[in-house]
Design a protein around this ligand. Structure first.
Ligand SMILES: N[C@@H](CCC(=O)N[C@@H](CS)C(=O)NCC(=O)O)C(=O)O
Length: 209
């Protein structure tokens, strides 16, 4: 059995979309970050780092979007969620690593500066530099989509679900997302995809609980 621990609107949406794309049956367990549920004793037994996503595979816990998504592509190869060519596969994994190690942390600095510095002035500086970096990263994603239908090129891959997370965060943070014309056109394409619609709707329902 596959069980996804996620929080509505968090980066776990990437794994949620990936899981939905596999077509396999799975369960979802909402862990509401807004209510601090990632720090409960029960959840810390699942992921001692207190982060979402986590995926339980018959009781074995996988964490980190890049790890979970890579696992799903290997477990369900017929779904072609990762390119078959080894160099393209490496490019795909490399893009997820960039999302996880650069793009996500730039948003975190803009959103939670208190985690990175003490004192109002230092936090304001961290927030500002995080916003600048996050916007530059969103622009880079836009440029990746200029000549492409999907982030990695002609085919949808697990990277697309991951890139949707940052579009949502950009919009939520008041960035002028419409200026990113390729990213915006891609987001509209994504929202028409059944797996995306289903994951987004199920997260909205979970947040209303
Ligand atoms: N690199 C990790 C990032 C995980 C992460 O930071 N998740 C955030 C949600 S976007 C979280 O659980 N935050 C809860 C907290 O820090 O208290 C991944 O891609 O899975």
């Amino acid at each position: 059995m596959l069980t996804l621990y996620f929080s509505p609107g968090a980066c776990s949406l990437a794994s949620h979309i990936g899981l939905e794309e596999t077509g396999a049956p799975y369960e979802i367990k909402p862990i509401l970050l807004a209510k601090g549920q990632q720090r409960t004793e029960e959840y810390l037994k699942i992921n001692p780092r207190g982060k979402v996503p986590a995926l339980s595979v018959d009781g074995k816990i996988l964490v980190e979007n890049t790890g979970i998504l890579t696992y799903l592509t290997r477990r369900f190869p017929d779904k072609k969620l990762m390119p078959a060519d080894p160099a393209e596969e490496a490019r795909c994994i490399g893009t997820m690593c960039w999302f996880s190690s650069v793009v996500h942390p730039s948003y975190q600095r803009s959103h939670r500066p208190e985690r990175f510095a003490d004192g109002e002035a230092a936090q304001a500086a961290v927030k500002e530099s995080g916003r600048k970096s996050f916007w530059a990263n969103l622009q880079e994603i836009d440029s990746m989509l200029q000549a492409n239908e999907w982030v990695m090129g002609r085919e949808f891959t697990v990277v697309d679900g991951y890139a949707l997370v940052f579009y949502g965060w950009g919009a939520r943070s008041g960035f002028p997302m419409k200026e990113l014309s390729a990213y915006t056109a891609w987001q509209e394409r994504m929202m028409k995809r059944p797996s995306v619609k289903k994951s987004v709707e199920s997260e909205q329902n979970a947040s209303a609980q």
